[in-house]
Design a protein around this ligand. Structure first.
Ligand code: MRU
Length: 381
């Protein structure tokens, strides 16, 4: 069964605890997550001893963000394998935990394929488990490398689009080291600009309803020493109108073959605003987020989440247990149904560029994306 325990308070290292780590205490291997539902109030670890515990952590957003979901999924398969559980069953459950972020499926499939291949070759379960773990570790490492390459490409693009520096960048949701083996996607580009003195301000959308911007991006920006300002999502329009936004930088959960971008709900309105105000709208994502098997935006499955995430406010330090629905403070009449899609889809014609570790695509077309994926495969093989 899931054995989850928390460690918080005085023993937190000054640099913070890792977002995700594999550990092998005497009681057996575990996957240790930084519980993102508790940030920024507390830095608390969540320990998963089996795939069902990890599935629950994924659904509750204790672990979240497209690239990190891929890494977590791969480690989840390895965890099932080393602990002697049914690997195929665990992989199916992990892959189905959240539908939109394609990286989750990519990570799970990679570890599952390594496990199957080694089991087929040697018939040895221990060796197959080691192969799954090696695949997860490789994905983790590659994601860190992809982060720094995306940051470098993104910075070059920003400087081309906005010569002179002093960038005022608006971002949405959370895309920094909390979603990655490295420094993230869109946030990593802003961070690179900050490090070379060219970021004047990071505008941080709070990102209703679960406040990934307020709770997580503001936390990362503060730790990085950036000049940042938090705004409610619906204040973005007035910021554009005032001429205070030079570029929008966001991540992605799935990019369809035609360049349609699924990302956190509220991204599409920003793209519309950016187009109206002639501001570049830049998507930053690893190649693993491009899904050539999904032809267009309409084919992307958008996760629908529970009403209580909208009808209640749940502060990170408020205990969730023992209350009705989500256990938060009600802000709508009892029984109110909410429309709560986790993501929206931005059409390619509103996207100025997609920045990946293999370089930027602009304009965003199906041919350019296919060519980029092809090039990436050649580099990887
Ligand atoms: O529901 P979440 O918090 O997992 O959504 C995350 C996002 O939408 C991010 O913007 C996206 O995964 C890109 S992360 C690099």
């Amino acid at each position: 069964m899931a054995d989850q325990y928390a460690r918080s308070g005085d023993d937190i290292r000054p640099t913070g605890i890792p977002t995700i780590r594999w550990d092998e205490p005497p009681e057996g291997p575990v996957l240790v997550l930084l519980d993102q539902t508790r940030l920024p109030a507390e830095e608390v670890e969540l320990v998963c001893t089996d795939a069902p515990a990890l599935v629950e952590a994924i659904r509750s957003l204790a672990v979240r963000g497209a690239p990190l979901l891929g890494i977590a999924g791969a480690y989840g398969v390895a965890l099932a394998a080393v602990r002697g559980f049914d690997v195929e069953e665990a992989a199916d459950a992990l892959e189905g935990a959240r539908p939109t972020a394609v990286n989750l499926a990519v990570g799970v499939r990679r570890a599952r394929a390594a496990h199957r291949a080694e089991l087929g070759r040697s018939g040895d379960r221990k060796q197959a488990a080691e192969a799954a773990l090696a695949a997860a570790r490789a994905l983790h490492r590659e994601d860190a490398e992809a982060s720094s390459r995306m940051a470098a490409h993104g910075l070059v693009l920003l400087d081309e689009l906005l010569p002179g520096g002093g960038h005022r960048v608006l971002t949405h949701c959370n895309t920094g080291s909390l979603v990655s083996g490295g420094e993230g996607t869109a946030f990593a580009v802003a961070l690179a600009a900050h490090r070379v003195g060219r970021l004047r301000r990071l505008w941080v959308d709070e990102t209703r309803p679960l406040l990934q911007g307020a709770r997580l991006t503001a936390y990362e920006a503060a730790r990085s020493g950036m000049a940042y300002t938090l705004l409610t999502d619906n204040a973005a329009g007035s910021l554009f109108a005032a001429g205070e936004v030079d570029a929008v930088l966001v991540g992605a959960d799935r990019i369809a073959a035609d360049g349609s971008v699924a990302n956190k709900i509220g991204t599409y309105p920003l793209a519309v605003l950016a187009r109206y105000h002639h501001v570049p709208f830049i998507v930053v994502a690893p190649v693993t987020t491009i899904d050539l098997g999904t032809p267009d935006g309409a084919s992307i499955e958008v996760e629908q989440r529970a009403s209580h995430e909208v009808t209640e406010i749940t502060a990170p330090q408020v205990p969730m247990a023992g209350a009705e629905a989500g256990g938060g403070i009600a802000v709508a009449p009892l029984g109110t149904q909410a429309y709560n899609p986790a993501f929206d889809v931005t059409p390619p014609e509103l996207v100025t560029a997609i920045v990946t570790e293999e370089g930027a695509v602009s304009p965003v077309t199906a041919d350019a994306l296919a060519e980029l994926c092809d090039r990436s495969r050649q580099v990887t093989i």
